[in-house]
Design a protein around this ligand. Structure first.
Ligand SMILES: *Cc1c(COP(=O)(O)O)cnc(C)c1O
Length: 480
């Protein structure tokens, strides 16, 4: 598995012809049919045989790790199993090959799917209207903040501050900056939650919006959400819901009922689309009706007979991307919701929460557990006991790779020292969870008996331990 794969250019052989065209086709080689000035110079395409090409790329493809190869408890990312039936439907040529400029009359089916997905998501989140243009969660945050900015501008209010708790995902302050706001961080209390007494000190007429993730990134439900919502609204500010953790409450609680004014949903997380390799994703944004007129346009509407694109949105912030967003991701989410139905979606939440609490209880003696309360779909451990003995959580994460497991999220959220953020998801069996516990026990034992094996891990992967600072800062790689 670990053998070196040469670069394809190194497989090149001058004596190996790349293509053998049968005689009649020889007459159609570019040099025979094109005028000389249109012929390109020789481009250095390696000459390799067909089996060599196939083996090269198949071997490369097997170097990756995904939910389909093993357990992937990456906290905050909801790396759950993605039903293959959704992929099959998304590959139907009537969906996959539909040109985005196809007239409405000829694309009624696809428009209906977008429209109905909007209705389902409104139902699930308690919102009134959705846009499907945003391509990911972060893109949804930016969209919503631009909507909120337009709303305040319209009201003649100059509110320039976005509040985010210190447990928030890094995209929250980043999106706020991109939308032209200033971010102020609110410290969490000893419960790991936003505390109304602390929040009160930060709320004033300059605050435009409080961005919250609920359950938060510690996997804990913000118990004071109704009080928080009331306080935020009393100062005239709005409440934004980062929906990345919807897997922890779906079917049981709705952000709209908690008082949130705008939300994004990460379809590629909660609603099962393969992600993590750079997309594609979808981060639809839902708003309460008072913000509806600011949504990006067009919006898919239904006039009782036909689905159509509504460009007549008075105060729209304009387009946030081309066409209708990542339509095939929307389609997969639609299929997933239809497949499970409302009872099925509730069951997803139940199992996700059960699995997380099961793992938490089984691992709490091995690590430090800073917030021992019942969690939702994920929880955060601390490797500070191990750190005292010279083993970093990074060493443990790297060693997990040798056991064929994708490590949990580490060093996030920032408020937990040596954080290990674990999200098993609802699709894993008890067997898999038990194996994970045994592997972690074995690694902790190794850390006491043979710490060097952790510090130099991973040993069995195609690439060993990387200098991550170098990898991030020096983008040009010298292959030789
Ligand atoms: C994943 C995530 C985001 C960002 O979503 P993307 O789809 O990756 O852009 C925002 N907030 C939280 C809590 C997340 O887990």
């Amino acid at each position: 598995m670990n053998k070196e794969i040469p670069l394809i250019k190194d497989l090149h052989d001058d004596n190996r012809p790349t293509i053998n065209l049968p005689d009649p086709l020889e007459d159609y080689l570019p040099e025979k049919i094109l005028p000389e000035k249109l012929l390109r110079e020789d481009i250095p395409i390696p000459q390799v045989s067909e089996p060599e090409v196939v083996r090269h790329f198949t071997n490369l493809s097997q170097r990756g790790y995904g939910v389909d190869t093993g357990f992937y408890p990456l906290g905050s990312c909801t790396m759950k199993y993605n039903p293959k039936i959704n992929e099959e439907i998304a590959s139907f040529s009537s969906f996959a090959n539909l040109h985005p400029y196809t007239p409405e009359d000829l694309s009624q089916g696809s428009l209906e799917i977008i429209y109905k997905l909007g209705e389902y998501l409104s139902n699930i989140t308690g919102m009134d209207k959705f846009t499907f243009q945003p391509s990911a969660g972060a893109h949804g945050e930016l969209t919503a903040l631009l909507i909120i900015k337009a709303y305040f501008k319209d009201k003649g209010e100059k509110r320039k501050i976005v509040l985010v708790p210190d447990s928030a995902h890094g995209t929250n302050p980043a999106s706020a900056t991109m939308a032209g706001f200033e971010t102020i961080e609110i410290p969490s209390d000893e419960r790991g939650l936003v505390n109304p007494n602390i929040l009160a000190k930060y709320l004033n007429k300059d605050v435009a919006v409080l961005m919250l993730t609920n359950p938060n990134t510690l996997g804990l439900f913000e118990k004071d959400i109704l009080k928080i919502s009331q306080m935020v609204h009393e100062t005239g500010a709005l409440l934004y819901y980062d929906g990345a953790n919807l897997n922890g409450i779906m079917g049981y609680a709705r952000p709209g009922d908690m008082g949130f004014d705008a939300v994004h949903v990460n379809l590629h997380k909660t609603f099962s689309t393969p992600h993590g390799g750079g997309g594609p994703g979808a981060g639809p944004v839902g708003v309460k009706s008072f913000l509806k007129d600011y949504l990006p346009k067009p919006i898919v509407e239904f006039d009782g007979e036909k689905y159509y694109l509504n460009y007549d949105i008075k105060k729209s912030i304009g387009r946030i991307r081309t066409f209708h967003g990542n339509f095939l991701v929307l389609l997969k989410a639609y299929c997933y919701i239809r497949l499970l139905g409302s009872e099925g979606l509730k069951n997803v939440t139940e199992m996700a929460v059960l699995n997380a609490n099961y793992l938490k209880e089984r691992l709490k003696d091995l690590f430090h557990l800073p917030y021992p309360d019942l969690c939702k779909h994920e929880f955060v451990l601390s490797g500070k006991k191990q750190k005292e003995k010279g083993i970093k959580v990074l060493d443990i994460a790297k060693r997990l790779l040798d056991y064929g497991v994708h490590p949990p999220t580490i060093y996030f959220p920032l408020i937990v020292e040596e954080a290990l953020m674990i999200e098993p998801t609802e699709t894993e069996t008890k067997n898999t969870l038990d194996q994970f516990v045994e592997i972690l026990k074995a690694i902790i034992k190794e850390s006491e008996e043979n710490p060097n094996v952790l510090k130099s891990a991973p040993h069995s992967t195609p690439v060993g331990r990387l200098d991550e600072v170098h990898a991030a800062k020096i983008l040009k790689v010298n292959w030789k």
